[in-house]
Design a protein around this ligand. Sequence first.
Ligand code: GDP
Ligand code: MN
Length: 379
Amino acid sequence: MNLHEYQARELLKAAGVPMFDGDVASTPDEAATIAKRLGGKVVVKAQVHTGGRGKAGGVKLAATPDEAREHASRILGMTIKDLVVQKVLVVPAADIATEAYVGLIMDRATQRPVFMVSAAGGVDIEEVAATAPEKITRLAVDPVYGLLPHQALSLAFTLYSDIKQVRTTARIMEQLYDVFVSNGASLAEINPLVTTPEGSVVALDAKVSIDDNELDRRPDLAALRDESAEEPSEVMARHAGITFIKLDGNVGCVVNGAGLAMATMDLVKYYGGEPANFLDIGGSSNPEKVVNALRIITSDSAVKAILFNIFGGITRTDDVANGIVAATREFKVNVPIVIRLTGTNEKEAFRILEGVGMTALSDMDDAVRRVVALAKEAA
Ligand code: GDP
Ligand code: MN
């Protein structure tokens, strides 16, 4: 789950990371009121779940409350990478001498939290990673020991030579690590961490993603979810108890089990298609889940054909067949559906589908080849 910047910065501030106090606004007038209260120059920042806001015109300096109002009215409602801005953060503007990047991610390869630190921070860290990876220092932290003081210091020394800035920054690394671990984050990032002309170190941006598996035991974090800022199909899927991730292709996939779902996506690609989603209806059988899965997939206009790939074990294939029939009665599915079923109660499933004029296949390769061809035809 991604947090908004204004939420992430509360976690960082609570841990002691130096940041300016600001506030969020949903209207231009609110933005002006906050700017007036803060006094002096402010920055108006779009609150959306994506980076690159600066480049998209979603971060603007304002010298007066009136200017803050103007910027807010332009930024509110603006679309950044398909996301509509509904809130802006208003914070005091900093004078910037240098911009650094400090990030912490859960790294699957090392199975540890890994710090990534670069003096070349600011808006283009992806570019730095692609073209000058040597400018990024990495450090894997042993979760048993946590971040040790000498590690924090040596990371900080890669950014600054002034000992006061190094000490402050080492403490910020420890605070960031603390935020990461204590909130079950998969990512915690400050970009930019700036120095001012007077020499102080301040975090100007904050990004935190919480591992979804943490949310059941942390209602305080779960309450931070902003569904209006998320992909609508993913919100619908979560409510229906379906694991769903939207992708860019045109072959909709309904599969039971994450492993089979991934194998199915691989096979779709192998036969020259592109999956439109990852979708796992789960291990238990429940016709309602199938109805919801079809509703979610058909709400994506990019989908040109749909593949069911069901391996019946605990999942009863007749329940899935009943779900497909129920769905096509409840709403119109305008794209072809290819169904592959095998396993528990498959005879019954085939009979149910034949009863409404649908045919199912037993062979996975056959089904995938067919759905890829149908999607290509329609595209
Ligand atoms: P992002 O582009 O979505 O990561 O948004 P950021 O919050 O990182 O802002 C992008 C850029 O705007 C920063 O790298 C800074 O160069 C600039 N910026 C942000 N806040 C301030 C500020 O308080 N003062 C000044 N002068 N520039 C700022
Ligand atoms: Mn940033």
